[in-house]
Design a protein around this ligand. Structure first.
Ligand SMILES: Nc1nc2c(c(=O)[nH]1)N[C@H]1C(S)=C(S)[C@@H](COP(=O)(O)OP(=O)(O)OC[C@H]3O[C@@H](n4cnc5c(=O)[nH]c(N)nc54)[C@H](O)[C@@H]3O)O[C@H]1N2
Ligand SMILES: Nc1nc2c(c(=O)[nH]1)N[C@H]1C(S)=C(S)[C@@H](COP(=O)(O)OP(=O)(O)OC[C@H]3O[C@@H](n4cnc5c(=O)[nH]c(N)nc54)[C@H](O)[C@@H]3O)O[C@H]1N2
Ligand code: SF4
Ligand SMILES: [Mo]
Length: 705
């Protein structure tokens, strides 16, 4: 019998923001077991089912390992060599922009970019080099309101205060389900354990959510509220602080009188009318927050993918600021990462409204346009029309509003290229797909999520598997695309700019991490990190960072940004929806990973979880039976899906998971093709937007028959 080679090694999971440390057993070039690493100072041994399945991606026979080219006549995919593939893409992108102008190229960046070191270090540089006004990303179906408010109030789009969950005594949660999502804009591995500790110290977690989620079920208190109504509740809470004389702005803030005036009309009674939460409860909750010895308000995607997402994030910042809980232990705190992506300017401060989209005139934010406008920019003829697309690890056909129509639009492009590891619902339209190595084959340092973590730690994880000789890392693909495309354009870069681009793109991500660590003040070096692959603990979050760390020019927080205050007029004009209307919301499951990983058998087996959740009273009112196949219709589209009766959703609310709806024609996704379910984004509406341009995916009016 042949000797099996087995070894234990420290790895990291990059599938969600929790960035858990792992202990991997590797046999014959495969991961045979994955456990949480108990020595990891941040994740403390935590792992979830996705982390257990991380080896499935590496071993997946469906995954692309070589570039493929689609024959437009037959639809057949054929493997081609790297040089041929890269030259072809560069040639076509250069030709399209030479003929039609820079705007003829559209770029979409998906979520896994922020989970890859190489994408973080080289992705922005590629996008800059390609120099198109038509850049889109998953940000505008996710956290754009957070970033815009951070930019306007604190001076930097990523200066996002994080709940100090390990010390808080009152955790007020709007529209987040960390028991399933493992936390977002709050890197919090082992949320269940940390919550147990919170409660053991006598602390409380209060959750406001239209669904009794996994998080709501373990909360001290849960309140149903009508989807989309959080702005009224949050503003009533801010108002109450003034009524009670409890609003105290820090010395480094201005605009407190403007806030008091702006929120005055938003009474708890109005909040009750819109949300269904009794006025007295709204008042009680904010008084508890204000009285807590370290309390924090936190809102995530349920209040971000909203028609008033920016007002919600503004009001959440105000609650923390005015109760004295910003920059305080147990409150909303700033991290002190070993690599400070904010302070070093590695990521820009952001911006808003410096130009607008061609067709609908929607403002850019941080140089990106709302992805809800992508379809019309491809389909509307005229100067500036997108004729070629480049997608970088994303699946907008399933993840952005009115995905079905985007699907059709992509089919009409002159050319499309994708950097992705799968032929999926989106990349099936590409002429060429360039597949990078996957997480276990590349070095990892988390530039983004250390900056958003509930504890200061630092960790570098070398690649587990060597890269195949004929494989490329994402940063190498980005480098080659940038250099080859700019070289083929008729308008050449100056010699100096070409040298600069070459130098920028040729430094490896790992080398860059080494340089950035040396520039920081933590004392952490790459050699120390290599000696401690479990990670180095830099201690709990530190208070007293403000106003020093503010990125506003005058080191002052603007409590009343005009964009938010002006949007109150739009909010005040909204009337509560008719009571027989159904509002559609999304959901996440612990074993789902946005729109992918549905071809991991161990993650998809078991009870189906694709159904439309509906309150029994709403089913009865329509004469529908539990388990029936129902038709769900919105302004935008119609889907047919199984219904599941549950009083976990409040009456008037239905819920579908996002990232489902595989098995469209021409897609080869292995077992994912057999996963039942439809895409919620065939129902969501690209016309429903927040002022930031973020899509209002939540609270879509639908009928069910
Ligand atoms: N209705 C509704 N829609 C939503 C949401 C919702 O809650 N409700 N959530 C939104 C949110 S928060 C997000 S972040 C977006 C996500 O939206 P997207 O980012 O557009 O989609 P993902 O499903 O994350 O798809 C990522 C793709 O990247 C590929 N991939 C995975 N790993 C790698 C890698 O290492 N390299 C490369 N090159 N490719 C890789 C996979 O093949 C996968 O197809 O969806 C949004 N859409
Ligand atoms: N298992 C798993 N984990 C993930 C992901 C995944 O796909 N699967 N995706 C990752 C990504 S990309 C992200 S951005 C994060 C997101 O992290 P979270 O924001 O924690 O994710 P969700 O579970 O979508 O939680 C949103 C909650 O908002 C509620 N909600 C909907 N509408 C409203 C509303 O109008 N008001 C209020 N108050 N609540 C509302 C929903 O019922 C839901 O419980 O999760 C990350 N983690
Ligand atoms: S919570 Fe799960 S998916 Fe997220 S990093 Fe940890 S193991 Fe990975
Ligand atoms: Mo996300």
């Amino acid at each position: 019998m042949a000797q099996r080679q087995s070894s234990q090694t420290i790895g990291v999971c990059n599938l969600c923001e929790a960035m858990c440390g792992l202990l991997l057993t590797v046999e014959d070039g495969r991961v045979t077991s994955a456990r949480g690493n108990p020595d990891d100072p941040l994740s403390r041994g935590h792992i979830c089912p996705k982390g257990v399945a991380i080896g499935d991606i590496h071993a997946d026979p469906d995954r692309l390992r070589r570039p493929v080219r689609r024959d437009r006549a037959t639809g057949a995919w054929n493997e081609i060599g790297w040089d041929e593939a890269l030259d072809l893409v560069a040639e076509r992108l250069a030709a399209v922009t030479d003929t039609h102008g820079r705007a003829a190229l559209g770029i979409y960046l998906g979520n896994p970019n922020v989970h890859s070191l190489g994408s973080m270090t080289h992705g922005t540089a590629l996008v800059k080099a390609l120099h198109t006004p038509n850049t889109f990303s998953a940000t505008s179906v996710d956290q754009l309101p957070h970033q815009l408010m951070a930019h306007l109030m604190f001076g930097h789009q990523l200066m996002l205060p994080v709940p100090d969950i390990d010390r808080t005594s009152y955790f007020l949660v709007f529209g987040a389900n960390p028991m399933a999502s493992n936390g977002s804009l709050m890197t919090v591995p082992d949320f269940p354990g940390r919550l147990r500790e919170l409660k053991a110290r006598g602390g409380r977690m209060v959750v406001l959510d239209p669904r009794r989620t996994e998080t709501a079920k373990v909360a001290s208190e849960h309140h149903f509220l009508r989807p989309g109504s959080d702005a009224w509740v949050l503003l009533a809470m801010v108002r109450q602080l003034f009524v009670d004389g409890a609003a105290a702005a820090p010395s480094y803030a201005r605009g407190v009188a403007a806030v008091e005036e702006a929120v005055a009309p938003f009474t708890p009674e109005l909040a009750e009318q819109h949300s269904g939460i009794p006025a007295a409860e709204v008042v009680r909750m904010v008084r508890e927050l204000a009285a807590a010895d370290g309390g924090v308000a936190y809102g995530r995607i349920g209040v971000s993918t909203h028609e008033f997402g920016s007002i919600c994030q503004w009001a959440i910042n105000l609650l923390n600021l005015l109760t004295g809980n910003l920059d305080r232990e147990g409150g909303a705190m700033l991290t002190s990462p070993a690599i400070d992506i904010v302070g070093t300017g590695l990521i820009g401060r952001g911006g808003h409204g410096r130009r607008t989209s061609r067709v609908r005139g929607l403002p850019e934010t941080s140089s990106e346009l709302p992805v809800a406008a992508l379809r019309e920019e491809i389909e509307t003829p005229g100067e500036g029309q997108i004729r070629a697309m480049l997608t970088l690890s994303g699946n907008p056909v399933l993840s952005t509003p009115d995905g079905a129509r985007l699907d059709t639009a992509l089919a009409g492009l002159e050319f499309m290229a994708a950097v992705d590891i799968y032929i999926n619902e989106t990349t099936r339209h590409a002429d060429v797909i360039l597949p990078p190595t996957t997480a276990l084959e590349r070095d990892h340092y988390d530039l983004v999520f250390h900056a958003l973590a509930v504890r200061n730690t630092s960790r570098f994880t070398p690649a587990i598997f060597p890269k195949d000789r004929d494989a490329r890392h994402d940063w190498q693909i980005y480098r080659d695309l940038a250099l080859r495309t700019t070289a083929r354009r008729s308008k050449k870069l100056s010699l100096a700019d070409r040298a600069k681009l070459w130098a920028r793109m040729s430094i490896s991500p790992t080398r860059l991490v080494q340089v950035l660590l040396a520039r920081g003040e933590s004392g952490v070096t790459i050699s120390r990190l290599r000696k401690h692959p479990e990670g180095i603990d830099l201690g709990p979050l530190r208070a007293g960072q403000l106003p020093g760390r503010l990125q506003t020019p005058d080191k002052v927080v603007d409590l009343a940004p005009a964009l938010a205050v002006d949007d109150l007029t739009r909010l005040a004009a909204v009337v509560p929806p008719p009571s027989d209307e159904l509002l559609l919301i999304g959901r996440r499951h612990q074993r789902d990973c946005n729109s992918w990983m549905h071809n991991s058998e161990r993650l998809t087996k078991g009870r189906p979880r694709h159904q439309l959740l509906m309150n029994p009273a709403d089913l009865a009112a329509r004469g529908l039976a539990d388990g029936a196949l129902v038709t769900v219709t919105s302004r935008v589209g119609t889907v047919k899906v199984d219904v599941l009766a549950t009083d976990d959703v409040m009456p008037g609310v239905v819920s579908l998971p996002h990232g489902y709806g595989h098995g469209r024609d021409g897609v080869r996704l292995g077992v994912a093709d057999q996963v039942p379910g439809v895409s919620i984004n065939d129902l969501t509406d690209p016309e429903r937007l927040d002022v930031s341009g973020n899509a209002a995916l939540s609270g879509v009016p639908v009928t069910v028959e």
